[in-house]
Design a protein around this ligand. Structure first.
Ligand SMILES: Nc1ncnc2c1ncn2[C@@H]1O[C@H](COP(=O)(O)OP(=O)(O)O)[C@@H](O)[C@H]1O
Ligand SMILES: [Mg+2]
Length: 572
């Protein structure tokens, strides 16, 4: 096919107009100027194509050459992604191996990979079937699968290590290389979306016990500057039950991304015995990098996650922050002169957000594996204004909302997840899952905790007016209970080796301990013990236990509970 060429007629930041690109399609990648800058067609009007450039256009001039590629924006998926960092177009950042990139087809990784075949010549294979595995450094087994459009008889298998671009297997007369170029905006196909609700434990108590998320669901973390979004997302990256994490840093500070990388490289991975970084892919488009690659980065991130999902893994995509991503949309929309919708964002904001979050899912893959892509996005509403367009539109597409509260963060209650403004739409189904797993008390504990927290908030406002001493004793115990729940269960010190992550069993034990202690306090005042006497009992060892026993030590928590209950019993 002859690829058409044209001439740049106008350059306005990332917006470039080109004349004469006959037959070019929407979303097609065009290369601009002597540096062959990648740009995507976003508008067509007669002979004029409007392009969104993914790199600085400073050197680009009207009259420069433009060349269609016939391809959509694509990233190369294959072994070598894990443990590495890429930019928004899936090109390696410095320190990563040289990578065959969508933007620089001239750069080919010289690394050869060894295929351990799982099939023999003569085997009949269908899309998603396992062709072999490729040993990598980390614990995640790289499964090399039959691509979606290929099926037939295996006619040849390589005996030698191959480059990503070289054929590794032939199916009929189709050569299948280890590397697969995938148009990142297109969801990778699967057989069926599953309705099952299985929790994804994050290791963060306030989430796992109160605002849980299901595997394959989407969640958002809105919060003002400094409320702890990045730290919470990093904790989830480190400690959630996922097999593979894709961490997309969009528009945030470069040093934060560098920190994530170095930290993950240091943290040993208890689940696999390796390093956490070996099951993580970082996609960084920091505030100092070209703005429009930020727009592509979240799609690249989700395509990578789907790639591992297809291998049968539970994956999590973390995007920090989707607001910076939306700013790129706005920046571009403002240059096109199209009539802006709310606050300058394009009218397509909601559908663009949907295109991201709706790629989350628990599915049966083409190869018949059950696997998931969970999507978690930070939202940074300017001035903490929850009614701004990105925050409100996002809420339509997510199942869990983890709202970070400025007052909690200010009071150093971390993670500052608000129990008043957050929600988890799958909480009932997750309660049923816990019951089926032998913990019928999960839902009741959650209900008690949220009821006490809400009641304690109400009573605290009342006490501000009339004074705590004027409240009846049982209400003073609710206030005490609220404080114990906040300080023992909800707060979690990210920097503590014991407390930074919490196993589901330890979390359940902590919540049980606090609810039992609250019950004991209520019984004491009902029997006539003065509320002040109970309030003045030192319960610091209950609060401290989360940092004093190991991250999975439920028994240690239960022993502490028994000690505290015995001490309270002595007050009678
Ligand atoms: N769970 C936590 N444990 C301890 N400190 C925290 C926690 N969460 C947040 N912080 C503190 O808050 C600061 C700001 O958090 P950060 O995640 O960078 O905020 P944001 O991304 O919302 O701007 C952190 O540097 C840290 O000092
Ligand atoms: Mg941040």
């Amino acid at each position: 096919m002859e690829l058409s060429t044209g001439r740049v007629s106008r350059v306005n930041g990332p917006l470039v107009e080109v004349l004469g690109l006959d037959g070019v399609a929407m979303a097609e990648v065009v290369r601009l100027g002597p540096q062959r800058i990648a740009a995507e067609v976003v508008g067509l009007a007669g002979a004029r194509a409007t392009l969104q450039a993914y790199e600085y256009t400073g050197g680009l001039r009207p009259g420069d050459h433009a060349e269609a590629t016939g391809d959509r924006l694509a990233g190369l998926l294959g072994p070598g992604l894990l443990g590495q960092a890429f930019d928004g177009l899936l090109r390696p950042l410095s320190g990563a191996p040289v990578w065959l990139s969508p933007d620089r087809p001239d750069i080919v990784s010289d690394r050869r990979w060894h295929l351990e075949p799982a099939v023999e010549v003569g085997a009949e294979v269908r899309p998603g079937d396992l062709l072999g595995t490729v040993p990598e450094a980390g614990p995640v087994v790289h499964r090399f699968l039959v691509p979606a459009a290929v099926s037939g008889t295996v006619t040849w298998l390589t005996a030698d290590p191959v480059l990503l671009s070289e054929p590794a297997v032939r199916v009929g007369d189709v050569a299948v290389p280890l590397g697969e170029r995938w148009p990142v905006r297109v969801p990778r196909p699967f057989t069926e979306r599953l309705g099952d609700v299985v929790p994804l434990h994050t290791g963060q108590r306030v989430l796992d016990l109160v605002y849980p998320i299901a595997r394959g669901a989407a969640a958002a973390v809105p919060g003002g500057f400094g409320t702890g979004k990045t730290l919470l997302l990093q904790q989830i990256a480190k400690w959630s039950e996922a097999d593979v994490i894709v961490y997309v840093g969009c528009g945030e500070r470069g040093n934060e991304m560098a920190e994530v990388l170095t930290e993950l490289a240091q943290v040993p991975d208890e689940r696999t015995g390796g390093r956490l970084v070996d099951r993580t892919v970082i996609i960084a488009n920091t505030s100092n990098m070209p703005m429009m690659a930020r727009e592509a980065s979240i799609h690249s991130g989700i395509a990578v996650a789907e790639y591992y999902r297809d291998m049968g893994y539970d994956t999590v995509v973390i995007a920090d922050s989707t607001s910076r991503w939306a700013e790129a949309l706005r920046e571009f929309a403002n240059r096109t002169g199209e009539l802006p919708a709310e606050e300058g964002y394009p009218a397509t904001l909601a559908s663009e957000l949907a295109a991201f979050y709706e790629r989350a899912g628990l599915v049966t893959t083409l190869g018949g594996r059950t696997a998931s892509t969970t999507v978690i996005g930070a939202v940074s509403p300017p001035g903490g204004d929850m009614s701004e367009p990105v925050t409100t539109a996002t809420q339509r597409f997510i199942r869990s909302l983890w709202l970070l509260d400025r007052d909690l963060a200010y009071a150093r209650h971390y993670p500052a997840v608000s129990w008043a403004g957050s929600f988890a739409r799958d909480a009932d189904a997750i309660g049923a899952w816990h019951a089926a797993q032998g913990d019928p008390g999960w839902a009741a504990r959650r209900a008690s905790a949220t009821a006490i927290l809400a009641e304690a908030d109400r009573l605290a406002s009342l006490a501000e007016v009339i004074g705590t001493a004027s409240l009846p004793a049982h209400e003073r115990m609710v206030l005490l209970g609220g404080r114990l729940l906040r300080e023992t269960v909800l707060q979690q010190n990210a920097l503590s080796p014991e407390d930074g992550r919490c196993s589901p069993a330890k979390g359940a034990a902590l919540l049980t301990a606090v609810l039992d202690v609250i019950d004991a306090c209520q019984r004491l005042v009902a029997r006539g013990v003065a509320a002040t006497t109970v309030e003045e009992t030192d319960l610091a060892d209950l609060i401290r236990v989360r940092e004093e026993v190991g991250p999975a030590d439920a028994d240690g928590v239960s022993r502490r509970r028994d000690e505290v209950l015995a001490r309270l019993e002595a007050l009678r």
